[in-house]
Every structure is written in C-alpha cells, then in structure tokens.
Design a binder for this molecule. Structure first.
Ligand code: HEM
Length: 396
C-alpha cells in the first residue's frame, strides 16, 4: 500500500502504465515510476522541494507572490498600514503568551501576579509594557488602515469582502482592548469595566447583555474569567480566522489603485510584492518595533492600586482612548432617553459604515463618489474632535 502511494506524488501526475497482475492475482506496481520530485532541478531550496513533494503548494504560492504587483503612486504610502497592524498583532501574540506564563485570572491573584510580572520576573516589566503599547499601536494602525482604504475607495467592486472581513477585524481589535483592560484588576480597570459593561442596560433587552458580559449583575471574579477567556482564546481564534480570509483576498484580488489613477496616467509603475514590497514592509516593522521599545522604556504605563469593589469609584473614570468618542456622546446626550439615542446613533453609524461597499454604487462603476468622501470626512472629524474633547476634559 505504502509502495503504491509513492506513485501519487503531489503536484505531478503518475505516468500512465497498465497495472501488473501476477499469476497468483497479486497486484504489483509498475516498475517505472513517475518522477518523485519533478522540481529537483528548479531553484527552490531543498526544504522547499521536500515540502513541494508532499504538499504541492510551495511553487504555486511562490509563483503567485512573484506575480503580484503593487501600484506605485503618490498615495502608495498608505498601503503599509495594514501590514503594520499585522505586525503589532504578531507582537501581541508573542508577548501575550509570555505574560500568560505568570498571570493568574482570579480576583485573589490577578493583581498580585500582575505586580509580580512587573517587579520580579526577568524583563517582565518590558514584556508587559510592550504588550500594552503594541495594543495601542495596533488599534491606531488599524484605524489609519481603515480610513485610508476608505478614502482610496478600496472597498469598491470586487473588494467588498475585504471591507466586510476588515470591519469584523476592526471590531475584534477593539474587543481585545476592552477585554484586556480588566485583566490587571486594578482600580481604574475595575471601574472602567463597570461603566463600559453597563452601557447596554438602557437598550431594550440590555439587562440580558449586561448579564452576559459580566457573568452576573455586578463586575466580579466571574467577569474576570469571562474577559480573560475571551481575550486569550475566543478573540485570537476569530481574529486569525478572519485575518486569513482578509489576507487571502488581498493576494487573490491584488492591491487596488485609487479611482481614475490608471486612466489619467498617475500610476508611476508597479513593484513586485515579493520581495520588493515585503522588504519595505519589513523596514516599517523594524521602525514599529523601535517605537514600541522607546515608548515602553520611556513612557511605562502605571501599575495602580488593587481593585476594591466596595470602595467608591474614583473621579474621572474613562475608557481607553479609542472608545472616547462614543463615551463622550453617551455623556453629551443628557436629555431624557439620551443614552438610548446615543446607542442608536452609534449602532446605525456602524451599520452604515459596514455596508458602504454596497451603497457606494458610483465607486463600483469606477466613478468618483465625492458624497462618500464627505461622509468619511464627517466620520473622521467626529471621532477626532470628540476624542480631543475628552483629552482636554480628562487629560491622558
Ligand atoms: C487586524 C486588522 C487588520 C489587518 C491586520 C489588516 C491587514 C491588511 C493588509 C496586510 C492588507 C494589504 C496591504 C494594505 O493595503 O495595507 C490589507 C488590505 C485591505 N484591508 Fe485590511 N487589515 C485589517 C483591518 C481592516 C479594516 C478594519 C478594514 C476596513 C474596514 C480593512 C480593509 C482592507 C481593504 C479594503 C484592503 C484592500 C486594499 C487595496 O486593495 O488597496 N482592513 N489589510
């Protein structure tokens, strides 16, 4: 059996020969075999050839990557932000795994283990600071990537699925920030999570959602267990799945150029994705890593005091900066049912954003769509202005 299988070499068809049956009716494989490694003379490495023989994808993938080209024009700079988001995500996975070796997700031990990592574990402080700073940078890069894809109308036909998978990735990225915030179990984390998980309460059926988020009516050890498991299992799993689809689509459909650039000769040429663009990506990643190290060493985040659920909430509790715009809107709407109205507007705005590829018909016909550019600018201005207002009122 094993001998027969040798004929079925991945990536190459077995030579056509009549099967040999001996007198006793016992099957014998043909003497002449198909070439076991049709790529042995090609320039791929011996490891590549070994894999190709068994998995038959190495050469097609390398050929494909070599064929992919990225257009060069005055806005090409913005193509690097998706890759930077990817880089910071990889940093999160590595540092997150290291932190998990010492972190204990119970109310009794969470804060102590967090302090232990900061003060006792060799380079624990650095790993924790890198994890915190890289999280912020990942969110920032994904924001920039989303808005630059929006303004270049990269969502237009046939890239609708890139936009949809990207939008879910955006929500998952924010989910990481939200669930990770509680884990140190310090005062700020505790009260900010209390405020954050209370938001759905005013909506119909909201009490049920609050219960799901908290694992009960209050923020307790149950909430910590939930946040931890979602942070380290559910979100990474979902993100990896969606990311694979997103990146596969990028490879299949290629990188888009802004509307009208080809027709008006504004494309200065094309560069190979592999290795040229990827090498430039890598330079961006090195700069990104240097930035995280700089921020971690010179601007370390505080440890704070252990959470005390019985203590009154300190003044000026606010969420992470990427939720400030929504947070302010909830606070601004002080009229009756204001919070419900704010939730409604935020949800409607998010749904509209999600379905943009199906609403902007002009872009899909390769025509300019200034109304959607204006809508994007309004979204961006709303976010930036509200975020800035929280900064002025509460500080960093
Ligand atoms: C974890 C988050 C994300 C990662 C790691 C990621 C990664 C990438 C990468 C590496 C590319 C190819 C290079 C580039 O154009 O930048 C890309 C392309 C793209 N992404 Fe994302 N992305 C993420 C989230 C998003 C979000 C939130 C959106 C929008 C809602 C989005 C929409 C797109 C689109 C439309 C393209 C195609 C660009 C083109 O063809 O010109 N992505 N993404």
């Amino acid at each position: 059996m094993a001998e027969n299988n040798q004929n079925a070499v991945a990536g190459s068809a077995p030579a056509k020969q009549n099967p040999v049956v001996t007198k006793g009716g016992v099957y014998k494989p043909p003497v002449e075999r198909a070439d076991a490694n049709p790529y042995k003379d090609s320039r791929i490495s011996s490891v590549g050839a070994w894999l190709q023989e068994r998995f038959s994808v190495v050469i097609p993938v390398i050929d494909y990557l070599k064929k992919k080209e990225v257009p060069k024009h005055r806005l090409s700079f913005w193509y690097y932000f998706g890759g930077l988001g990817l880089f910071f995500f990889m940093v999160q996975i590595i540092t997150g795994l290291l932190l998990m070796q010492y972190y204990k997700p119970t109310t009794a031990e969470a804060f102590t283990s967090f302090v232990f990592i900061q003060k006792e574990v060799s380079f624990g402080w650095l790993v924790r600071q890198i994890h915190a700073w890289s999280a912020n940078l990942m969110v920032l890069m994904v924001f920039v990537h989303m808005f630059s894809s929006f303004f270049m109308k990269s969502y237009r036909k046939p890239r609708e699925l890139m936009w949809l998978t990207g939008s879910v990735l955006f929500v998952l990225t924010l989910g990481f920030g939200f669930t990770g915030y509680l884990l140190p179990w310090n005062e700020i984390a505790f009260f900010a999570t209390q405020v954050g998980t209370e938001v759905p309460k005013v909506a119909p059926g909201g009490a049920f959602i609050v219960n799901i988020l908290r694992g009960g009516e209050e923020v307790t050890g149950e909430t910590l267990t939930r946040m931890f498991s979602v942070h380290v299992v559910l979100l990474p799993g979902l993100l990896l799945l969606l990311l694979s689809a997103h990146l596969l689509l990028v490879q299949i459909l290629g990188t888009s150029a802004p509307i009208g650039y080809k027709e008006t000769g504004r494309i200065k040429g094309y560069e190979k994705f592999f290795p040229t663009f990827l090498a430039k990506d890598a330079i961006g990643w090195l700069i990104g890593f240097a930035l995280i190290l700089y921020l971690s060493v010179f601007f370390p985040g505080p440890i704070g005091n252990e959470a005390n659920p019985l203590a009154p909430a300190p003044m000026g509790i606010k969420p992470e900066w990427y939720f400030w715009a929504q947070f302010l809107m909830l606070k601004d709407f002080t009229f009756p049912n204001g919070e419900l109205m704010a939730i409604f507007i935020i949800t409607l705005g998010a749904a509209f954003w999600f379905f943009i590829p199906f609403l902007d018909h002009r872009a899909s016909r390769e025509e300019k769509s200034p109304i959607f550019t204006i809508i994007g600018l309004l979204y961006l201005a709303g976010l930036v202005i509200n975020t800035y207002r929280v900064f002025i009122e509460y500080g960093w």
